[in-house]
Ligand binder design. Structure first.
Ligand SMILES: [Zn+2]
Length: 425
């Protein structure tokens, strides 16, 4: 009798959960769109994309793809489809308005919803991740998902001695971090930084825990040092100098990825006067008027104008653009990342601005799209996202314009889909 009740209970629980997690059980076929799949392949002119149980079942020209008889059909004729974007350097869950220190499950989920509405369907959070973020990461492997996917680094590993670094790194690894994030940067002389021998030990320890390391750098010399120690991800631009042949060769040797985060630098000085984007409807659609007001006071503007650090970042930004061009040209993998999440770095909106800057730096729109999709997914070690290939998650954006013709067309969002679920507006 008792075991019978338990069985019934399990049956009820499984019915309940199957209803929750399989919102899109069955197939959906998107027809008539130009499709960019996130690989090197040429776009499909009249493509069909079939999603079954949250994943890509088939993709190809209309003449070659057979649509299951019971599939729901969505006519997207005249539109473009591209994979959902992957932000390879963000931060999630800590900021509320212009304040930090508000980390919570609710805030993590709210911000993942915001990213998703802008077409950013995956975020690698490089630091500041607490238990609720790990939990949210663990809950995303199902076909009912309709917010951005999250990967986490835990706390930023930092300190001036090895025992401290070992205990921080092991704590993150034990907790299930996807990445180790550390910084080799004095923030223009304000913070202590890691000595090369300590950094090498950090790399060895991370390798023993089978975790890749993303490094915050500013100076070319530091970036070279971390590559020599085996770093896989350069998490910001080299900003003091133009990269040289040596550095480029090290990047290629390590098969390392470079994440420019140019909008991070823009955010350090742009509020010294009214930024152009404060009148962009695409920004205003999601922006909090109180945050805009807070960034627009005369006191705040003058604090930015009078901050030597802000002015230094502004002066050095052109180096960042030159370096993106040089590295991309040399065949280094450049991945889209923005460092959004901290106050005044607008999640979702800044990613589109970053793409525009990548094109300004010399990448073609098609290359910038690759950087934000297939390449970014590779760089963060996730093989089931970033490209619309059979078996991958059905994460994509339907656009009212071709982004490979004009990168600004990534803003013309018709709808965003995650695991084949339409992201709520
Ligand atoms: Zn960051």
């Amino acid at each position: 009798m008792r075991s019978h009740r338990v069985q019934i209970l399990f049956l009820l629980i499984s019915i309940f959960f199957s209803g929750v997690v399989s919102a899109n059980e069955g197939s959906i076929a998107f027809t008539g769109a130009m499709i960019i799949d996130g690989t090197d392949a040429a776009p499909l002119a009249d493509g069909v994309l079939v999603i079954t149980d949250g994943r890509v079942r088939s993709i190809g020209p209309a003449s070659e793809v057979s649509i299951p008889a019971d599939a729901e059909r969505v006519d997207v004729g005249g539109k473009a489809i591209m994979p959902g974007m992957v932000n390879a350097h963000g931060h999630v869950g800590d900021t509320l308005g212009l304040e930090t220190g508000h980390y919570s499950r609710e805030n993590v989920l709210d911000q993942l919803g915001l990213y998703a509405r802008y077409g950013i369907t995956t975020v690698l959070s490089l630091g500041g991740d607490e238990a609720p973020g790990f939990q949210v990461r663990n809950e995303q492997y199902h076909a009912g998902l309709d917010r951005a996917r999250l990967y986490v680094a835990g706390s930023v590993v930092n300190g001036d001695n090895l025992p401290e670094i070992r205990s921080q790194l092991n704590a993150n690894a034990d907790f299930g971090a996807d990445f180790i994030k550390t910084r080799i940067d004095s923030e223009l002389g304000q913070l202590p930084t890691l000595a090369p021998e300590v950094f090498q030990s950090l790399m060895d320890l991370a390798a023993s825990r089978r975790l890749p390391v993303a490094v915050h750098i500013y100076y070319l010399e530091d970036a070279r040092m971390v590559l020599e120690a085996g770093a896989e991800i350069i998490a910001h631009s080299v900003r003091d100098l133009e990269v040289d042949r040596d550095f480029i060769e090290l990047m290629i040797e390590n098969d390392a990825c470079y994440i420019p985060t140019m909008m991070r630098d823009v955010s350090t000085f742009v509020y010294e006067s009214e930024p152009e984007f404060f009148s962009d409807p695409f920004f205003l659609a999601e922006a909090d008027p109180a945050v805009i007001a807070g960034l627009s006071t005369p006191e705040y503007r003058s604090s930015i104008r009078n901050s030597p650090a802000s002015q230094q970042y502004k002066t050095d930004l052109p180096n960042a653009l030159v370096n993106v061009g040089l590295l991309h040209e040399a065949g280094v993998r450049v991945a889209m990342g923005t460092d959004t999440g901290p106050p005044a770095r607008f999640q979702g909106y800044f990613e589109h601005e970053e793409l525009r800057m990548m094109v300004d730096a010399g990448m073609s729109p098609a290359d910038a799209i690759r950087a934000a999709t297939g390449v970014a997914a590779e760089c963060i070690g996730q093989s089931e996202i970033g490209t619309l290939e059979p078996g991958n998650w059905g994460d994509f954006i339907v656009l009212d314009g071709n982004p490979a013709e004009d990168i600004a067309n990534t803003r013309l969002i018709d709808s965003v889909w995650i695991a084949g679920n339409r992201v709520p507006r």
